[in-house]
Design a protein around this ligand. Structure first.
Ligand code: F6P
Length: 540
């Protein structure tokens, strides 16, 4: 167990010695701290000098990684071993973007030919749609892509779509319908012409209640809009799934199904057909190839770089330092780029669904914290919202700042401030970490900034398909590394089941009520009973 390792004990002792040291003192003691606590690679610069750590902390964290056999566990993941023990599955999202194309074996079979086949299928299909070789049932060009899916079948692709809007193919529009709330369906389809719309049903299992309900509503919407033309569904609906029979039963032509495999976890599926298909239709296949290359670059960096220079591994180890030793269990993700508006939402699923676990791989109850609460907003919006708490609140929240040297859109310098939008934006990226770390004294207690609030800064050249892919992989590996060190299974998600089961029971109660104007309250507390009966009555 993590807390029984020698390195854990050393770190706990080390925390007692240095834990209270102020970042002001750490910087004052070493004028080259910024150089020492940073890593520069071809594509990203990672500065962790504002973490409350010393050189000894980093070397003890590296010891922890070694004692936990992190290298062996990463190797087991990359090489296709069945590390998702509870589901007896390999965890191979890295194979999806293995641009080197060397064999990756699962159960004695190389998975690469299958991956390449689906990529080829998507390249052809998206090319046909974008060049109008493939059109709607009335011959109109597909201009709107509606991707219906939820959780991992939505958050990663949406993160990319928002990040890469400037790369969209002319005239193409990509929308996502995830929530079962009819408002989502209504608002996303209100302005769409079914004749110009292609629907992708994205569901690994093809059973998820929200997705299948939205998919059925989409079918009705199409048939109504296309005069019940029986060809409509065949021409306008495609699927991304691992469940071929269910896709066919829904009425989708199996030729128009794009597969993936059980060794791709939902929240790790953005670089499978789940993301590649909608994004190829929106951005063009070439741009998606760059996404895969960016993710692959980071995969290689994670696989081959020693701990001290390994950005996702260092990020994870510093998270562990903050969570398990400093007791800081919430993290703010603060990209200074509007394009990364959906990075926090995607990261929430990856981190919280993966590592929100209370038992280890053998089912033993854990005696230490795992997981972390992640939230975030693009700068500078967050500054005018929750940064007050970050700077002066009683809770300390480690922050990740992400910035870019070149913006997606360049504007001339403002006549008044003499700087561009991007320069103004980046002034904040430079200012906020220092304000958090060093604070400010004042005779007025309300104006005191205590400082000593840890953060890391990640600087990249520009937000492109390549770097968006790289950031996705950074998030994925950071999460997996923590799970490996905590000794938990980061790749299952039993915690989402109970609510689903109880929801199905309520569905039965609602049906009963409409059939017999009563329902069986058996097993319900008076609280739930009251809420449900008010709902069924139709008004308060
Ligand atoms: O919420 C649980 C979950 O299983 C996620 O892990 C997954 O990403 C999501 O539901 C969607 O599942 P599917 O792709 O099978 O519809």
């Amino acid at each position: 167990m993590f807390n029984k390792t020698k390195a854990y004990k050393k770190l706990a002792k080390h925390y007692k010695e240095i834990g209270q040291k102020h970042l002001r003192d750490l910087f004052e003691a070493d004028e080259r701290r910024g150089h020492k606590f940073s890593v520069k690679t071809e594509h990203l610069y990672f500065d962790f000098s504002r973490q409350r750590a010393t050189e000894e902390t980093i070397s003890l964290l590296a010891e922890l990684a070694k004692e936990s056999d992190l290298a062996g566990k990463l190797q087991a993941m990359f090489s296709g071993q069945k590390i998702n023990k509870t589901e007896n599955r390999a965890v191979l999202h890295t194979a999806l973007r293995n641009r080197k194309n060397d064999p990756v074996m699962v159960d004695g079979l190389d998975v690469m030919p299958g991956i390449n086949e689906v990529l080829g299928q998507i390249e052809r299909f998206s090319g046909e749609v974008l060049s109008c070789q493939r059109t709607g049932v009335t011959g109109k060009k597909f201009k709107n892509i509606v991707s219906i899916g939820i959780g991992g079948s939505y958050l990663g692709p949406e993160y990319f779509a928002v990040a890469l809007r400037p790369y969209a193919q002319p005239g193409m529009n990509l929308v996502f319908i995830a929530n079962i709330d009819g408002t989502d369906f209504e608002e996303k389809t209100a302005s769409l012409d079914p004749e110009e719309t292609l629907v992708i049903i994205v569901s690994k299992t093809f059973t998820t209640a929200e997705t299948m309900h939205n998919a059925r509503t989409a079918k009705k919407w199409f048939l109504a809009g296309l005069k019940n033309n029986p060809e409509a569904i065949k021409k306008h609906f495609v699927a991304v799934s691992t469940a071929k029979e269910k896709v066919e039963a829904f009425g989708i032509d199996p030729q128009n199904m794009f597969g993936f495999w059980d060794w791709v976890g939902g929240r790790f599926s953005a670089t499978s057909a789940v993301g590649v298909l909608p994004l190829s239709l929106y951005l063009g296949f070439e741009n998606v190839r760059y996404i895969l290359e960016g993710a692959h670059w980071l995969d290689n960096h994670c696989r081959n770089t020693p701990v001290e220079k390994n950005i996702p591994v260092l990020s994870a180890l510093l998270d562990i330092w903050n969570i398990n030793f400093l007791g800081l269990t919430t993290r703010a993700l603060l990209p200074y780029a509007q394009g990364l508006a959906k990075l926090a939402a995607h990261t929430q699923q990856v981190e919280m669904e993966s590592n929100g676990k209370s038992v280890d791989l053998d089912g033993n109850k854990l005696e230490y914290e795992t997981g972390e609460i992640v939230f975030g907003e693009p700068g500078t919006n967050g500054q005018h919202s929750f940064y007050q708490l970050l700077h002066q609140g009683t809770q300390i929240v480690p922050c990740d700042f992400i910035g870019f040297i070149t913006p997606q859109y360049q504007y001339d310098k403002d006549l008044l401030t003499k700087v561009t939008h991007h320069e103004e934006l980046m002034t904040n990226f430079f200012a906020q970490p220092d304000a958090l770390a060093f604070g400010k004294d004042d005779s007025n207690p309300a104006k005191v900034f205590p400082g000593n609030r840890p953060s890391s800064s990640l600087l990249l050249d520009a937000l492109t398909p390549f770097t968006a892919g790289l950031l996705l992989a950074w998030t994925e590996h950071r999460t997996a590394v923590k799970g490996f060190i905590w000794g938990i299974n980061s790749f299952d998600q039993e915690g989402v089941q109970l609510g689903k089961v109880l929801g199905v029971e309520h569905r039965e109660r609602i049906i009963d009520y409409y059939n017999k104007t009563e329902y069986d309250p058996c097993g319900l507390t008076d609280s739930t009973n009251q809420l449900l009966s008010l709902f069924l009555k139709g008004k308060l």
